[in-house]
Ligand binder design. Sequence first.
Ligand code: GAR
Length: 197
Amino acid sequence: MKKTRLVVLISGNGTNLQAILDACAEQTLPAQVVAVFSNKPEAYGLERARRAGVPAIAFPRREGESRPDYDHRLAEAVEEFQPAYVILAGWMRLLSMAFLGRFPNRVINLHPALPGAFPGTHAIERAYAAWQRGEVNCSGVTIHIVPDESVDAGPVLAVQQIDFCPGESLEEFEGRVHEVEHQLLVNTLKTVLERSL
Ligand code: GAR
């Protein structure tokens, strides 16, 4: 089986990275994670990568380094692993064209809300708060291509709507969002890889 090379960028816990690693190990995803990068050296996701035998690279911004300089340095480092796709799985740093221009149509982002809704950080908490105020009755998970510097926006690959359940806590809702993310991310990558073979 031909395995597609993936580089995964993370900033935190890495449960979505884990879903990808597990799907690769179980061969439900015809892919291989060839490197994991984190802008946060303390991110637990790096430990998950190490445990899976994948190069785990802490890649913090240097003092005084500009965004384009950091993104250029990151692109050079990522390119060494020759990925077919770069997956942003909880990567919480805006990427400029200095990075994105190097991987056109090959950067895929996961966002824990519906397309265009709650871009940026704390999307789950903000959606929950909006529900409590009676402004929305659903949220969701979006997977999209990252063409440019717009935050959490770009051509949509997959969306799953998640309706709020009466009386549920933020923790319960968050758990349901993560469950959907883990499945939708793996299934969407599978579809993308099958299409590009
Ligand atoms: C996920 O919920 C992901 O959708 C979100 O960060 C979390 C990372 O969790 N990404 C964004 O909010 C992007 N705007 P994980 O580290 O356990 O995979």
